[in-house]
Design a protein around this ligand. Structure first.
Ligand SMILES: [Zn+2]
Length: 292
């Protein structure tokens, strides 16, 4: 495990935010995780946290690259989710880029199913992926022009620049968000668009009430827990300006209004994790600004 300072302001002595807890996924893991908050800027993060090497082990155990190929209910839900997200994305991209071909980089593409669902027409697809195995699968699944294996902030893109950098359920996993955004700024064209998609929102009601039992509290892999305020701080200091926010919940296959509201109360009383709920995740669109 390693101890880190605040990624936004560099302050070293955060306060413990929620009661510390054990791994939820791996009962054999005896380590104690803490979710802390910076006293100065309010950033919430796991500290101490797994080192890069420990994280690699963790991901290989979680068979991250595997990807389920059977037509399970989970796949159907995910496909529906992608459809909703892609409709939103295409609406915005059509407005911003008119008719020209869009260079779209999916950073942390996993097994490439999102890129597969994204239309090929008018979009040139690029990807980065941390896991070599997942990258190999992604290449088979989607029509990807080029894929870089490794962590975005450490990759060399040469002269390549993109119109869009998309990170889906990725930004909470990165070890150094500021560095990732700076790199994103470098590889985007002028007025390029950053999409931080379906990122856990620690400012939402389920997180506030359930704290460590919030379903998205996964201290091993969710290293950062953002609010609108801390996301904006990060965007501002790395040369981005937010222009659109979505809270994916209503109309998603994960939403069952009556059941979710009942479970919100019931799960809390019975000591379970939270269910799907309003504002548990957000998707943020930001545009590249000139560096200050
Ligand atoms: Zn701070």
């Amino acid at each position: 495990m390693e101890t880190v300072k605040c990624n936004i302001c560099g302050k070293k002595t955060p306060t413990q935010l929620w009661a510390k807890g054990k791994s939820k996924r791996n009962p054999k893991d005896r380590r104690v995780y803490r979710i802390v908050q910076c006293k100065k800027c309010g950033l919430i993060y796991t500290n101490p946290r797994l080192t890069s090497k420990e994280l690699e082990e963790y991901y290989s155990l979680a068979s991250y690259a595997g990807g389920r190929t059977t037509a399970s209910e989970k796949n159907v839900k995910r496909a529906k989710m992608y459809e909703i997200e892609i409709n939103q994305i295409m609406k915005i991209l059509k407005k911003k880029f008119r008719k020209r071909k869009i260079k779209f980089l999916d950073s942390g593409c996993g097994n490439g199913l999102f890129l597969q669902a994204l239309p090929d027409k008018g979009i040139e697809k690029y990807a980065t992926e941390f896991s070599k195995d997942a990258a190999r699968i992604a290449k088979k699944n989607a029509k990807i022009k080029k894929i870089w294996v490794g962590e975005l902030s450490k990759l060399d893109f040469g002269e390549e620049k993109f119109d869009v950098v998309h990170m889906r359920a990725v930004f909470e996993h990165v070890q150094n968000p500021k560095k990732v955004l700076k790199k994103t700024h470098d590889i985007l064209k002028d007025k390029g668009i950053l999409i931080l998609s379906t990122t856990p929102n620690v400012g939402g009601p389920a997180a506030r009430v359930y704290k460590y039992r919030w379903v998205l509290t996964k201290p091993e892999e969710h290293i950062y827990y953002y609010t609108n305020k801390t996301i904006d701080k990060l965007l501002d200091m790395t040369g981005f300006k937010r222009f659109k926010t979505y809270y994916p919940y209503l109309n998603t296959p994960y939403c069952n209004l009556l059941k979710d509201h009942l479970n919100f109360v019931w799960n809390y009383i019975s000591g379970k994790e939270s269910a799907s709920f309003w504002r548990s995740a957000f998707t943020i669109y930001a545009r590249k600004q000139q560096k200050k």
